[in-house]
Design a protein around this ligand. Structure first.
Ligand SMILES: [Zn+2]
Length: 443
């Protein structure tokens, strides 16, 4: 089995070189969203994939923001494997960075720049894997290899994955998706584990309002200041106990790390005292998060506000709904003194954890890092996988970008942050993984 794979997957060194070069070029396309302006980057990728035999389509709502769908068909019917990525990034303030965020610099064994981790690095690794395989003469024996690079992931997928899955389902329908979400090594208590993101939390954003009565600001006791009433609310949201909710993915992770999954409070206490940064990564997986992000009150400096509005970004474990969010709010804030109005409700979804795709990922990682484990995890945030699971209930969508040179805590701290970078060794590792998944799935 191993010999068969190693015969056909291109050498690590050449994959690493190609993925590194590709990533540096992709970073130089400014695809900060909004406005995104992803077209030049998508056309660049098309000029690589089309001559290699991929049928390429640029599909979109507006000309400046197309999605790229590239397809390599095998001679017989079979499974469809989609290597997925988004080409847009969040913004960067060059003044805060130690390098130019759009230069694609190479230094200290890493490619630096906005999008290196989120997620042009994975797009580069997926493209390098596909091109490397084709150059070695590989074609799917059965089924199809799809490369889908979306626009507009960072601001809601209106032009990107959501639109593609809802409006062009026949172009992107598939059986397996490999996307972003997890894969960097987690180390705790002497154990090492690679997470495969099989599920995402839901988004339940709400506006919390406090009310009082207006008055002249020179007479502070005359009015009833709605803004001051936010102080205990903010305090409770900042310090409140986590509202734990049991779900299978964190249970699997804790078991893999040799931790008690029954007493979540005690377990989190133990993680917190030995590794606070790892705790910050794990805790949101275990329940509902309530994060206040925006606040508004009086529009006049000399008027005591009769009303104050706080916007809270709330995330709920997969497949659960508004009632779970409401329960967490009440447990944290009590029942009185505020009103809550939900403004955005999208329940998270999941794929089964026991699938041939998981087996193939496990087989690859076990060869790469024999003493490490592979475990399902839930993403604390949201990704394009959501739209594939929703549109195609049979589709298994996982987030997996394996990283061994950079661990999960460091990777997480660089997402959307200053000096984002990815080790070239991890680009090679990921490209090898994707090449192997294609060979093993499409036969
Ligand atoms: Zn992303």
């Amino acid at each position: 089995m191993a010999a068969h794979i190693l015969d056909r997957v291109p050498e690590r060194e050449s994959l690493e070189r190609r993925a590194t070069d590709l990533l540096r070029r992709l970073i130089r396309f400014d695809t900060v969203s909004p406005p995104g302006n992803e077209r030049p980057a998508q056309e660049f990728l098309r000029t690589l994939l089309e001559p290699a035999g991929f049928e390429c389509e640029l599909l979109g709502v507006v000309p400046e923001r197309p999605n790229l769908v590239a397809r390599l068909r095998g001679p017989a019917d079979g499974p469809r494997l989609c290597l997925l990525g988004h080409i847009d990034t969040v913004l960067a303030d060059p003044g805060e960075w130690s390098v130019d965020p759009w230069a694609g610099e190479l230094g200290g064994g890493c490619v630096w720049g906005r999008g290196a981790l989120d997620m042009k690095g994975q797009v580069a690794a997926e493209t390098a894997a596909a091109l490397g395989l084709v150059e070695e003469g590989w074609r799917p024996e059965a089924g199809e290899l799809l490369l889908v690079f979306t626009c507009d992931e960072e601001t809601g997928a209106t032009y990107g994955a959501r639109w593609l899955c809802e409006e062009e389902p026949d172009r992107v329908r598939c059986d397996f998706v490999v996307n972003e979400g997890a894969g960097a090594v987690m180390e705790f208590g002497g154990r090492r584990a690679y997470g495969v993101c099989v599920a995402e939390k839901g988004v339940f954003r709400f506006t919390l309002t406090t009310s009082g009565s207006a008055g002249h600001a020179s007479l502070p006791r005359i009015g009833d200041n709605a803004l001051v009433k936010m102080a205990p609310v903010l305090g409770a949201l900042g310090d409140g106990p986590t509202q734990y909710v049991r779900s299978p993915e964190p249970a699997a992770l804790l078991a893999t790390l040799g931790l008690d999954g029954d007493d979540l409070e005690a377990t989190m206490g133990a993680i917190q005292s030995s590794d606070p940064r790892f705790a910050a990564l794990v805790e949101p997986m275990l329940g509902v998060t309530l994060t206040p992000t925006m606040i508004a009150a009086s529009e006049k400096i000399n008027v005591i506000p009769s009303r104050s509005e706080l916007h809270v970004d709330c995330r709920v474990p997969p497949e659960l709904g508004e009632e779970v969010a409401r329960r967490a709010i009440h447990a944290t804030l009590g029942d009185d003194g505020y009103d809550v109005r939900f403004t955005e409700c999208v329940a998270g979804n999941r794929s089964p954890a026991d699938t041939p795709l998981m087996d193939r990922i496990r087989a690859f990682m076990t060869r790469e890092d024999p003493y490490a484990h592979v475990t399902p995890v839930v993403l604390q945030g949201f990704s394009d996988s959501h739209w594939w699971r929703r549109a195609f209930p049979e589709c298994v969508a996982y987030g997996f970008f394996p990283q061994r040179a950079m661990d999960a805590v460091e990777a997480m701290s660089l997402f959307h942050a200053v000096d984002e970078r990815v080790p070239v060794a991890d680009l090679g590792l990921a490209a090898s993984c994707y090449a192997e998944l294609a060979v093993e799935t499409l036969r």
